[in-house]
Design a protein around this ligand. Structure first.
Ligand SMILES: Nc1ncnc2c1ncn2[C@@H]1O[C@H](COP(=O)(O)OP(=O)(O)O)[C@@H](O)[C@H]1O
Ligand SMILES: [Mg+2]
Length: 294
């Protein structure tokens, strides 16, 4: 077992206001698994990843990663945990714009105090792992979104962490680039044996995983295999797709209302509507692929 989360609670305090982002969440991830986490905006996905990644602290409950109980670590131990155990890939690629792809990948190794020769060797390997050898001397601004995200993935792997956490790694990419990034993530899982937990909205992306967890209001409400059979809960993959489609339908209605009330410009409206409808089309297509008519 790699990750074991029990009764996890996270409460954010904003002045007098308390937001309960995680409400007694439980999950288990085995070594070498690739798991997708899906769920509506605000359901606690990022909060969960940040706590497992040692970037944020639990309010209550237990989080074990390998043999380490994260809730018991002091600040210094947490820094070491972050360096050694997890690689984190974010939706907005946090690359340094003035450094080349290779230098961005090398940076975490510098922080680790790795000797120059070993760093060079490792950068060479990692640039190759994400298929960017011909682009290694380019700066982020000279790379496509998908290529930048592959640099971010390589940088997350720099210190050879056993666990990779990816928070909407394809969120800002078009379908073709999203697919390429997911292919690389899948290879990192299959070929390098990394345990992967990734947040995604995209069914094509979540399908690449061994298992899909759905989070809602700070709890895991379903645990299914992409093929459709049930692992835990009582919800199938098709049900997950259907509930996501319903969510998008209500978002589209909300969007209409905001536009008609003059709360947004025509351009913003058109752009958001196109994006939502595009996602809806993909979800419906995925349902059809499963033989479900919606
Ligand atoms: N730093 C924070 N301070 C206060 N509230 C937060 C903070 N981060 C997240 N939240 C709240 O916690 C809930 C879960 O947020 P988040 O984990 O970002 O959801 P998701 O990633 O699923 O969209 C939301 O209600 C959000 O507003
Ligand atoms: Mg999030």
């Amino acid at each position: 077992m790699t990750i074991l989360v029990k009764d996890l609670v996270k409460i954010y305090t904003l002045g007098a206001l308390e937001v309960q982002a995680l409400r007694g969440l439980n999950l288990t991830i085995e070594k070498g698994e690739m798991v997708s986490l899906i769920g509506p905006s605000g359901s606690g996905k990022t909060t969960l990843l940040n706590i497992i990644g040692g970037l944020d602290r639990a309010s209550a409950g237990s989080v074990r990663v390998f043999d380490v109980e994260l809730t018991k670590l002091n600040a210094q131990q947490l820094v070491k945990y972050r360096r050694d155990t997890v690689g984190h890939v974010f939706q907005t690629m946090n690359l340094i714009p003035t450094l080349t792809a290779a230098e961005n990948i090398e940076l975490p190794m510098v922080a680790l105090g790795m000797p120059k020769e070993s760093r060079r060797e490792r950068v060479k390997e990692l640039v190759d792992v994400v298929g960017l050898t011909p682009r290694r001397e380019h700066k982020p601004g000279e790379l496509s979104g998908g290529e930048q995200q592959r640099v971010a993935l390589a940088a997350a792997l720099a210190n050879d962490p056993p666990v990779v956490l990816a928070d909407e790694p394809t969120g800002e990419l078009d379908t073709a680039n999203a697919r390429i990034v997911v292919d690389y993530l899948t290879r990192v899982n299959r070929e390098m044996g990394k345990t992967i937990l990734m947040v995604t909205h995209d069914p094509a992306v979540s399908r690449a995983a061994d298992r899909i967890l759905r989070i809602q209001d700070g709890q895991i409400v379903a645990d299914v295999a992409p093929a459709g059979e049930e692992v835990g809960g009582h919800v199938s993959y098709a049900d997950l797709l259907k509930s996501r489609i319903s969510e998008i339908d209500s978002q589209l209605i909300g969007l209409d209302a905001r536009f008609r009330n003059g709360e947004m410009t025509g351009d913003d409206f058109a752009q958001q509507q196109t994006r939502l409808k595009g996602t809806r089309d993909v979800l419906v297509e995925e349902l059809h692929r499963l033989g479900v008519v919606h």
